[in-house]
Design a protein around this ligand. Structure first.
Ligand code: PAF
Length: 279
């Protein structure tokens, strides 16, 4: 497995890989890999001949008050996991390989980026869309793999790829969960054991709300009740608990398929997000 840090050598290495492994999969990450990322890599390996994983802690998607410097960096441990999984190449660009001097372009995807996490993290999805477009152009994959855990991010990337004529597949990979149902996230490590036990209220309430909505219950009441239940089970702030169209992410107050329930809530100093389909 090669580790490449400059664009010229990346292009040379990918051209060589493609000689014998024509279908290339890309898994974009910011490193600090956990089982959720490794599921993306496994899925990419199952669907492609070769897999490149990018590790780049993207400064433009961090807002004021979000600590870019504190973001975990553990390249050696990540490389060991990726080598064992069978990835072909890790693309670890330096900041100037992504944002060369004078970089002045911003990709802003309206509509799907409004509200939800876009509401509480202004500019975040511009940073994501811009870096992902760069990674697509740098690696020119046949398919790119993203977790459904970050559902709004996936919707933004799908819209951006359609709008800008990226023709490769964008593959959404279902969320990996702990045995009790909590979605895997690097943020779970910040939870105390008491908070970790309480955190399961998030997926539990989402499942209950999704069941009640699919049985024809009143959407607004169900969402209000679910928020109240979260607040009485250890969460101290609910940023959103909303039903949205699963493709356009338009808000829904009356259930229509395809629908997705999305939530973000704070427990202690940790903000957790989750989403599930409403069938
Ligand atoms: O989901 C992430 O890890 C990041 O937002 C991504 C897609 C790698 C862009 O920096």
């Amino acid at each position: 497995m090669q580790i490449v840090r400059q664009l010229g050598p990346l292009r040379t290495a990918l051209d060589a890989i493609r000689q014998t492994k024509p279908r290339l999969g890309l898994v974009p990450t910011m490193g600090a890999l956990h089982a959720g990322h490794m599921r993306l890599v496994e899925t990419a390996l199952a669907q492609c001949d070769a897999v490149v994983v990018s590790i780049f802690v993207n400064p433009t998607q961090f807002g004021d008050g979000e600590d870019l410097d504190a973001y975990p960096r553990q390249e050696a441990a990540d490389a060991a996991l990726l080598e064992a999984a069978g990835a072909d190449l890790i693309w670890v660009p330096t900041v100037d390989q992504v944002y060369p001097d004078g970089f002045a372009t911003n990709i802003s995807v309206t509509g799907v980026s409004a509200g939800l996490c876009g509401g509480s993290r202004p500019g975040h999805f511009d940073g994501v869309a811009t870096v992902v477009a760069k990674l697509f152009n740098q690696t020119r994959p046949d398919a790119a793999f993203f977790g459904e855990k970050d559902y709004q991010q996936l919707a933004v990337i799908r819209r951006m790829a359609r709008d800008l004529d990226f023709s490769h597949d964008i593959v959404g990979v279902p969320t990996v969960r702990d045995a009790d149902g909590l979605a895997l996230s690097s943020r779970n490590a910040y939870l105390t054991s008491v908070q970790r036990r309480a955190a399961v209220a998030l997926p539990d309430n989402m499942r209950d709300a999704a069941d009640a909505i699919s049985k024809g219950g009143d959407v607004i009441n169900i969402l209000e009740e679910a928020k109240a239940k979260l607040l009485s089970s250890g969460f101290h702030q609910v940023d959103y608990f909303e039903l949205r169209n699963a493709e356009t992410l338009e808000n829904m107050t009356v259930f229509n398929k395809p629908a997705r329930l999305l939530a973000a809530a704070h427990i202690g100093s940790t903000r957790l997000i989750d989403n599930i389909a409403v069938a």
